[in-house]
Design a protein around this ligand. Structure first.
Ligand code: FAD
Length: 504
């Protein structure tokens, strides 16, 4: 029984997309054995957004919390391992046309300090090697198409995310949650009734049924039917510094080569395209700004990029609402997923934020029930996460060096950036210690020092002129570091082999 309650705590989750089912499964797991009744209501007429196929390592933690083995869920979702994100064409600086942003590996503690040191020396003009791609294990694994799973005799923690089928993962979690007592109702909410205090009192469905609960989770996607439309919680758009508001997606078959254990993000004329390899196909999508490109031209550009100009593979067009709500938890309602906010998919952070939101809510509720003190702290924390993730992605656009289209020129000229981002950039360009600066600003929880160094060093944001390095500056020999990384990669299996080990 929940504290102070005479009947079980009744939670109604509205929405059966990935966010709704992640919420249901985490709550069912965390509150197992407590008097909590969870219902998921979803509308078969409306359907789910059906995109969102890349994750951060947080999804690994999610399945660990649920106690679900990779061999159980990965084959069902055509999932592959993701060691890194490779960015292509964001910088025009020679030698920096592409770079990897790897997920951290325990072994990186040996080589990362060398990279950070070299970026400082290079920023101060010394001629030392300072491209991130030769310093990190997951980058080497991604380049060689090896899985980020060490052999059993090589006990190092390798953090990694996944690529997966967005529809299949929801279906998997639905089945799992239902087997653990979560009730599933199909129906469309036509009206949300409020009580005299302004809390949600009941949901009235289009077929005449109603549903009431003690607490409601709004997982209705971009509509945000409960939190924004019914409770009137404000939305803060990020359009002033994140221009993209549209996407067009289409799959391609594998080209016959080994599956790459990384996402590729390639810049196009008014945005970028993702390539996400699953076991059965590659997902591709062009994320762009409708202010600079209309949907037909975006689709044609994507088809040309994929070599599909003559093909009749259907394209899916999507509108994106980028920003966040002011209060994800208001009254007796919590918004998760797209109803809560969305920061375009460049770093595949959406499901990460979904998980953080649900976990934070469960913790706050378990500590203090529905009291305002925990709720307000929770809202502040989640909003800070959104801002932190946004800053990193804004930096990706702000620091691009393409000048060939108006879109990229406007991104580079856009000075509406946060104070925190301004200070990160000031430190970088002054040749300062960015590790210390990130710690001082307290922003490392969202994107840590490795991520920031890979971005800024990956773009090659160094002075053009160099001078020979002194002995003190030339402390790390890149040949030796590469040798170390090479030796380590011998202990990781190929991606195909690792998937084979899952019993496929
Ligand atoms: C172009 C694009 C690319 C993305 N890429 C990534 C990525 O790589 N990685 C990542 O982590 N995330 C990504 N995302 C985000 C990701 O897709 C979403 O976070 C995720 O799918 C969760 O969506 P959702 O469950 O919030 O909403 P949806 O999938 O839209 O689900 C909404 C649910 O609400 C229900 N519903 C709506 N109205 C009603 C009603 N009136 N009555 C009853 N039910 C209702 C619908 O039936 C549906 O079940 C991407 C998003 C976009 C747009």
């Amino acid at each position: 029984m929940a504290p102070g309650r005479e009947h079980p705590l009744r939670i109604a989750i509205v929405g059966g997309g990935t966010a709704g089912w992640m919420a249901a499964s985490l709550m069912a797991k965390r509150w197992h054995g407590r008097a909590v009744e969870i219902t998921v209501l979803e509308s078969p007429e409306i359907g789910i957004v059906g995109v969102g196929e890349g994750s951060t390592p947080q999804l690994h933690a999610f399945f660990e919390i649920l106690g679900i083995e990779e061999a159980e869920w990965m084959p069902r979702c055509n999932a592959t391992y993701k060691a890194a994100i490779r960015s292509v064409g964001w910088s025009t600086r020679p030698g920096h046309e592409s770079y990897f942003h790897p997920f951290k590996n325990d072994l990186d503690d040996r080589s990362a300090p060398a990279y950070y040191f070299n970026t400082v020396m290079r920023r101060r003009g010394a001629d030392v090697y300072a491209h991130p791609d030769r310093f990190f294990i997951n980058t080497a694994l991604a380049e060689r198409r090896l899985a980020p799973l060490p052999e059993y005799h090589f006990p190092f923690k390798a953090y990694y995310g996944y690529h997966f089928d967005a529809v299949a993962i929801g279906a998997f979690l639905r089945e799992w949650s239902k087997a653990r007592g979560v009730r599933h109702v199909e129906g469309t909410v036509a009206r949300v009734a409020l009580d005299e205090q302004g809390d949600i009192a009941a949901l009235h469905l289009s077929d005449g049924r109603s549903l009431d609960a003690d607490f409601y989770v709004d997982a209705t996607g971009f509509r945000s039917l409960l939190l924004q439309q019914s409770l009137g919680i404000a939305f803060v758009p990020f359009a002033e510094n994140l221009f993209n508001d549209s996407a067009v997606a289409m799959p391609t078959p594998h080209a016959g080569e080994a599956i790459a254990p990384h996402t590729t993000a390639t810049s196009l004329s008014a945005g970028w395209v993702w390539h996400i390899p699953l076991t059965n196909r590659v997902g591709n999508g062009y994320v762009y700004s409708s202010r600079y490109l209309d949907r037909d031209r975006a689709e044609t550009e994507l088809r040309a990029h994929l070599g599909l100009l003559e093909s009749d593979v259907p394209a899916r067009h999507l509108a994106m609402r980028v920003g966040r709500v002011t209060q994800p938890w208001a009254r007796n309602c919590l918004a998760v997923g797209l109803s809560q906010g969305f920061i375009e998919p460049l770093e595949a952070t959406a499901l990460h934020l979904v998980q953080e939101t649900i976990e934070g809510f469960i913790e706050a509720y378990t500590r203090g029930g529905f009291g305002p003190e925990h709720r307000d702290a929770f809202n502040r924390e989640i909003n800070a996460r959104f801002e932190g993730v946004r800053d990193y992605i804004v930096c990706r656009y702000r620091m691009n060096t393409r000048v060939d289209t108006e879109y990229w020129r406007d991104c580079a000229a856009n000075d509406r950036i946060s104070d925190a981002l301004r200070q990160v950039l000031a430190c970088w360009f002054a040749g300062g210690d960015l590790v210390a600066e990130i710690a001082r600003l307290g922003i490392g929880l969202w994107f840590g020092e490795l991520s920031w160094h890979c971005l800024l060093g990956g773009y090659g944001l160094y002075p053009e002129a160099t001078r020979p390095a002194t002995a003190r500056e030339f402390r790390f020999d890149i040949a030796k570091i590469s040798e170390f990384i090479d030796r380590c990669t011998l202990n990781f299996p190929g991606h195909g082999k690792a998937l084979g080990e899952l019993g496929r």
